[in-house]
Design a protein around this ligand. Structure first.
Ligand code: ADP
Ligand code: MG
Length: 276
């Protein structure tokens, strides 16, 4: 058997057990903004399938997707589909993913189904730079599969009163995943979403989060913007639906900051290796 090419991609999970904080919105729009320069695959791990709908794949059109891959062992190549955005493909959430969670409990290597599927799908991922995972709003087996398969986790945080409490729970989960199945899992950063400058609470929460998590908090904040919430009903990321809207511009800046941080990390690594 020929030796497969080494993976060229990095896996980024969007996770937070809280619902409605902007995971899916950030997964879709960061993926689309990155796809302007790089090749991206988005995997929809949420049974609600909002990332799939948001990228133009209606519930009726979903067919085989992440359920088929994780539970039935279908190869990635067979469930990967193009989107209207060049350089962005998606593994949609099939309608039966909701029941898939229970079925997965009895499978072998149940926490590693996604990691295994990506490893086996390395040929389909040739030339891909980023695999982005949209996790469900829970710390369920599907989220665990995402965290075990990921190199890094981005935590979207809505600037509201209990935001910090919620984040400590996901941070503890990352520690557990590191101790168990994925020692190299990195916190990519925390992104403040639905930010409202006119609201004093938004700013108070921002100050708290930055005081506590320092540079782990992205400089870029995503403003609350109605164009962001309208875009999914057109099956488009906001970066295509209304590229000049404040939401689209913020996601373009988020992608630029993400790539800047990635390059800085690579330089640090190269320096560290040079010293050895
Ligand atoms: P999650 O995936 O964490 O549950 P979503 O990304 O689905 O959260 O966002 C929850 C709701 O908030 C959705 O209706 C979405 O359209 C809306 N939303 C997300 N980000 C913004 C934003 N920046 N401005 C306005 N509405 C937003
Ligand atoms: Mg979601």
């Amino acid at each position: 058997m020929p030796v497969p090419d080494p993976a060229t991609y990095q896996v980024l999970a969007l996770a937070n057990q809280k619902g409605g904080v902007g995971k899916t919105t950030t997964a879709v729009n960061l993926a689309a903004a990155l796809a302007a320069k790089q090749r991206v695959v988005l995997i929809d791990l949420d049974p609600q399938g909002n990332a799939s709908t948001g990228l133009g794949i209606s519930r009726a059109a979903r067919g085989a997707g992440s359920y088929a891959m994780l539970v039935e062992g279908r190869p990635l190549a067979e469930v990967l589909r193009p989107t209207a955005i060049p350089n962005l493909s998606i593994v949609p959430a099939d309608p039966n993913l909701a029941g898939g969670e229970l079925e997965m409990v009895d499978l072998t290597r149940r926490e590693m189904r996604l990691r295994d599927a990506l490893a086996e799908g390395v040929t389909a991922l040739k030339g891909v730079d980023w695999v982005i995972l949209d996790c469900p709003p829970s710390l369920s087996l599907l989220t665990l599969n995402g965290l075990v398969a990921a190199n890094a986790v981005m935590i979207p945080l809505q600037a509201e009163f209990y935001a910090l409490e919620g984040v400590s729970q996901i941070i503890q989960t990352l520690d557990r995943v590191r101790a168990g199945h994925n020692a190299g899992l990195r916190l990519e950063g925390i992104v403040l979403t639905m930010f409202d400058r006119r609201n004093n609470l938004s700013e108070a929460v921002e100050n708290d989060v930055r005081a506590y998590f320092k540079t782990q908090v992205y400089e870029t904040m995503i403003p609350r913007n109605v164009r962001v919430s309208e875009a999914p009903s057109h099956g488009l990321p906001v970066t295509s639906y209304d590229p000049r809207s404040p939401g689209a511009e913020a996601y373009a800046r988020l992608a630029a900051e993400f790539l800047r941080r990635h390059r800085a990390r690579r330089r640090e690594l190269a320096k560290a290796e040079g010293r050895d």
